[in-house]
Design a protein around this ligand. Sequence first.
Ligand SMILES: NC(=O)c1ccc[n+]([C@@H]2O[C@H](COP(=O)([O-])OP(=O)(O)OC[C@H]3O[C@@H](n4cnc5c(N)ncnc54)[C@H](O)[C@@H]3O)[C@@H](O)[C@H]2O)c1
Ligand SMILES: O=P([O-])([O-])O[C@@H]1[C@@H](O)[C@H](O)[C@@H](O)[C@H](O)[C@@H]1O
Length: 563
Amino acid sequence: MPENNHASASQQNSKSTAIVEVNTLSEDSDVVNPADHDGVPPDYTIEVNSRNTIYSNEFIESKYIYDMNHCEVDHQAKKVNIIPRKYQYDFRTKRQVQRTGVMLVGWGGNNGSTVTGATIANRDNITWMRKEGEQRPNYYGSLTQSTTIRLGSNNDGKEVHIPFNTILPMLHPNDIIIGGWDINGANLYEAMQRACVFDYELQEKLKAKMIKFKPLPSIYYPDFIAANQEDRADNLIPKGTKQQDLEHIRNDIRAFKKANNLEKVIILWTANTERYTDVRQGLNMTAEEVLKSIATNDDEISPSNIFACAAILENCPYINGSPQNTLVPGIIELAEKHHVFIGGDDFKSGQTKLKSVLADFLVSAGLKLQSIVSYNHLGNNDGKNLSAPQQFRSKEISKSNVVDDMVGANHLLYDKKTNEHPDHVVVIKYVPFVKDSKRAMDEYISSIFMNGLSTIAIHNTCEDSLLASPLIIDLVILTELMTRITYKTNDQEEYQSFEAVLAILSYLLKAPVVPPGTPVINALFKQHRCITNILSACAGIAMDTDMLLEHKTKIPKPMKIQL
Ligand SMILES: NC(=O)c1ccc[n+]([C@@H]2O[C@H](COP(=O)([O-])OP(=O)(O)OC[C@H]3O[C@@H](n4cnc5c(N)ncnc54)[C@H](O)[C@@H]3O)[C@@H](O)[C@H]2O)c1
Ligand SMILES: O=P([O-])([O-])O[C@@H]1[C@@H](O)[C@H](O)[C@@H](O)[C@H](O)[C@@H]1O
């Protein structure tokens, strides 16, 4: 496990000091009017001066009024009755960040080795040379580490932004203890070399630490991943029943937690994409059925089903970074029964992330998106596994559904009676030569004003693992945070956790799993606002409504509101 040889960065977030107005601005700031923006340094913490936000040593407690419009559509009268409703929430966040570990399923893969090497490089501030000169480690691409949240404005009318991870006490990636399993026995140095993601000099500087890490043996059911993965499977637990596999993985989790003196362990699947499993009565529709199917060695129980059940039964959140339908109804019910968080599916890293922005931009601008073609080729082992039809189908599904909510929200452009929607084609090809450097080519065709046509063509090349690794970090950090947040409402006495299915993670995932019967949101900036607004409410900070009325009207004196 990576050593933690520095004072925990996570604990620094637990102190509280008032905001100090600062005029620091990064030299490379490209804002139009630098004077209009204040960036608060990362080592500051925030304190909300309000009677509705209470700080104790243990908790941050905030009161929040949730406004929601209840709508009644009267088709006879051709009228929509809108009843604005208000609900009071009391949020409570434990301030002490937990000593947290993540066990990656597929630790020896490109994503697993890359995220492990990156946290070591950042923690130990390892620099390396390449032809452009000295390179420094960073966490670019991480929402929690490399983005800011607009708080409001200061007395001079300047916009004040804080680092995202300042809004509430959060785990720091440098403090995450990483371990996990792989069906392949390569140590993490060999895995990093195989991945061909990091520069050579960085690999060599990481060697001494990475070579010490060897993935735990894992479970391998050949029928669930491509046959071309068979030669990789040399690091397996002794062949037994699926019940024995479940118990073995549970023991691994307990051992990892004890050996590293952890308070929280998160299990995250970044192993190969599996084929879909059947979903049917008697197999996996209830928690009882899933556990019975494991006990009776049912062929349709997948490795990822085993890992998910093991995690839940060990009170460990489980996150699915791949597109297969691991989180069947029975596993969702098991998580709900045990009040354990689960999330998925499939990291939303590049081509699909852009699609969830472009489709939203086009449709919300009233442009009728008619055709989307998403082609990519890649040469890593993921691409090799996806070259098999059943594994490709899992990925095709997760990459295809990402525009459904935007199209469904605009019945002016798309006829709901005929389920009208854009043509949408997903193509993935395996080209070994390019390795992890994925090539993505997209074409978006839209009908525009007076039936003109607009075609947008995009080409993107980048290492897939450098896009996915910061998402793995954010999934761990946000999941650990959510385990410290509880709420009660105006008609409840006891504080309780959020729903077991962590829909708040949707921003990081292509095919968000949501609580049964609730809407799936894919539009990226809706997902982003969901995270920032919920965390703002927990911190007692007013939502950023983007109205900026203070700059458009003569704003009155603030009212004193006691909730
Ligand atoms: N940008 C991205 O890289 C990206 C984005 C979204 C989703 N994903 C998904 O993330 C997953 C990992 O991607 P990758 O590029 O690291 O792939 P990879 O093939 O390099 O790594 C997967 C690892 O999982 C191991 N594995 C397979 N079955 C296993 C099992 N039952 N138990 C333990 N280990 C097992 C393999 O040996 C391999 O080392 C894939 O499913 C991929 O589709 C990747
Ligand atoms: O960049 P993105 O679309 O979010 O996700 C990627 C896909 O484009 C790629 O086809 C696939 O091989 C990767 O596993 C990943 O899913």
